[in-house]
Design a protein around this ligand. Structure first.
Ligand code: HPA
Length: 273
């Protein structure tokens, strides 16, 4: 099914009927990073299942609700739980909530995820500012007829992750005495983790971290003119780097451990966006 401007309007109208506040900043919280939504004041919590045309998020660690309210003095809309293409959703469904948040008033998207570290100088628990991405999902949310009202047919991706917003994040981390890595995020379809050979290939391609989300959302965001800040939590070293198997449990354990630093960084960045 193609989701059109009318579907976006319908979802946005419904959200407005539950939450009067106009959000300026949209956030998408990755696996285990949903804790940020607990800090929202005057929160209106809207389960995805209630929102017209929103699918359900099926992954453990992803709550599946939209939270609208105030965070660090700014009006925000937060996706607690996202739609991954490996769940079987088409790329247009990963783009849809981004477009809805833009329709609600957001001008900036802060996108977060858990990712495997490919750069061997990284350690599980590191936070990484995403400088750029490799879309290796084999999909693109903009395939199909283009709605020129939403954005251009051939959107520029040369500054997918805003230079200005990266500088703000870097400065905030410095003030907090927090070490912030910077690198390229490779987005793959998943859901199987990569093989060691694939990780060597990704390293040769210039990737520093790998995950199964984010790239489609960021493409949709740039298409509709949102500025993007991306932060990865390095939840594990990618396949073949350490002599141990990968597991979703390790991802959840690490994000749990990083929670307070992640919270401090994001809430420190928000007032400056
Ligand atoms: N690979 C892909 N996706 C991930 C990983 C990984 O190692 N860790 C967290 N998400």
């Amino acid at each position: 099914m193609t989701l059109t401007a009318a579907h976006i309007r319908e979802a946005a109208d419904f959200i407005r009927s539950r939450a009067a506040l106009v959000p300026e900043i949209a956030l998408i919280l990755g696996s285990g990073l949903g804790v940020l939504a607990d800090h929202v004041e005057d929160a209106a919590v809207i389960p995805y299942r209630d929102i017209p045309h929103f699918p359900l998020s099926t992954v453990e660690g992803h709550a599946g609700e939209l939270v609208v309210g105030r965070l660090a003095g700014r009006n925000v809309v937060i996706m607690r739980g996202r739609f991954h293409m490996y769940e079987g959703y088409g790329p247009e469904l990963t783009a849809f909530p981004v477009r809805v948040m833009k329709a609600l008033g957001a001008r900036t998207l802060v996108v977060t995820n858990a990712a495997g570290g490919i750069n061997t100088s990284y350690r599980p628990g590191d936070l990484m500012l995403i400088t750029d991405h490799l879309n290796l999902t084999g999909r693109n949310p903009l395939v199909g007829p283009n709605d020129d009202e939403l954005g251009p047919r051939f959107p520029d991706m040369s500054e997918a992750y805003s230079r200005r917003l990266r500088a703000i994040a870097r400065e905030t981390a410095r003030e907090q005495g927090l070490e912030l890595r910077e690198g390229v995020y490779a987005g793959l379809l998943g859901p199987s983790y990569e093989t060691p050979a694939e990780i060597r290939m990704l390293r040769a391609l210039g990737a520093d971290a790998v995950g199964m989300s984010t790239v489609a959302e960021v493409i949709a965001a740039r298409h509709c003119g949102l500025d993007v800040l991306g932060i990865s939590c390095i939840s594990n070293m990618a396949a073949g780097i350490l002599d141990q198997p990968l597991s979703h449990e390790e991802v959840m354990e690490t994000t749990e451990r990083v929670k307070s630093r992640f919270l401090a960084l994001v809430t420190g960045v928000i007032p400056r966006l």
